[in-house]
Design a protein around this ligand. Structure first.
Ligand code: ADP
Ligand code: F6P
Length: 323
């Protein structure tokens, strides 16, 4: 008897991340290789409700491995947060006769995928977020590109900060997590990094700047995670108390776009391949993760069970480098 042709739904959800297109390409091409069909669901879970779904062929994903954003587009979909919405989404997947849905996104998108699995829809989730805030995987697609983009921007700010002997406060994304800020601080040579996991009061920042000035430092670079926020206020306070000209820059969405790095393209391609191979092998309701230097599959429920612990070591190293 001929083998059943498996049908895969594919969506990107939540904030976009560089490398999402490379995952889409890997899923579509691996599926073609294994004789499976892929249906691209546009704008995340929203596209399920709207029926905005098209079959994808290997040609549709040509020339996208290096493109930022996501050709499937993405969205935050409040309807998916409700029990009725989740039941409706699962029903739509069944009507579409999807044998599995591959969800590419962060923590929230994983929860959406888990809710589908609870209603009998098979899913595979792939971690993609610039925030690196998921405990299940040591790597989330998009992080490396975002660090590079933000750290380069910080280095540019550092040049002008130095010329003008100013204090520069740079705010980076990361939602409630400080990993992006910490990596940007360390790789951008910041004097101080303010993150939600290790909040520091304004007075300590001011004392630090005074110590730096006494040592002859001409610039002060403070990286602030958006989870702390208030970079404008911090710059104003530094200027008011110390009389040092200060400027705040919020990097914003520039960190989320642009060409994915080689590291992102590698993880994206391997994770996309593993997701489709898992569906072929009947290994369902899993997350593809990177742990202990290897890509592997773990249960989706397990993937969502633990919260990422903050390791203070990187902060300590950043501070030592700022001596
Ligand atoms: P990310 O996936 O990057 O963490 P969000 O947290 O915004 O981004 O989540 C993306 C989408 O995933 C949400 O808009 C919603 O559709 C879905 N989602 C988030 N949380 C849940 C939840 N608890 N249950 C079901 N769906 C969820
Ligand atoms: O999760 C990725 C992220 O860029 C966060 O760092 C940030 O808090 C959020 O998305 C911003 O979302 P939006 O693009 O909807 O403003």
């Amino acid at each position: 008897m001929a083998e059943k042709e498996l049908r895969i739904g594919l969506l990107t959800s939540g904030g976009d991340a560089p490398g999402m297109n490379a995952v889409i390409r890997a899923v579509v091409r691996t599926a073609a290789h294994l004789g499976m069909r892929v249906y691209g669901i546009k704008t995340g879970y929203d596209g399920l409700f709207k029926g905005d779904i098209d079959e994808m062929t290997p040609d549709d994903v040509s020339g996208i491995i290096h493109r930022g954003g996501t050709i499937l587009r993405t969205a935050r979909c409040p309807e998916m947060m409700t029990e009725e919405g989740q039941a409706k989404a699962a029903e739509i997947c069944k009507v579409l006769r999807l044998d599995a849905v591959v969800v590419i996104g962060g923590d929230g998108s994983f929860k959406g995928a888990e809710s589908l699995s609870r209603q009998g829809v098979s899913v595979i989730a792939i971690p993609a977020t610039i925030d690196l805030d998921m405990d299940c995987s040591e790597y989330t697609i998009g992080f490396d590109s975002a660090v590079n983009t933000a750290a380069n921007a910080i280095i540019h700010i550092r040049d002008t900060s130095s010329s003008h002997e100013r204090c520069s406060v740079v705010e980076v994304m990361g939602r409630n997590a400080g990993y992006l800020a910490l990596w940007c601080g360390l790789t951008g040579g910041a004097e101080e990094v303010l993150i939600p996991e290790n909040p520091i009061d304004v007075n300590s920042v001011i004392e630090q700047i005074l110590r730096n000035r006494a040592k002859g430092k001409r610039h002060n670079l403070i990286v602030v995670a958006e989870g702390i926020g208030g970079s404008d206020e911090l710059a104003s306070e530094i200027e008011r108390v110390l009389g040092i000209e200060s400027r705040a820059t919020v990097l914003g969405h520039l960190q989320r776009g642009g060409t994915p790095s080689g590291v992102d393209r590698m993880h994206a391609t391997v994770m996309g391949y593993i997701a489709v191979e898992a569906i072929k092998n009947g290994e369902l309701n899993k997350a593809v993760v990177y742990k202990d230097g290897k890509h592997k599959l773990i249960d989706l429920t397990e993937a969502l069970a633990t919260k990422k612990e903050y390791d203070p070591k990187m902060y300590e190293i950043t501070k030592i480098m700022a001596i």
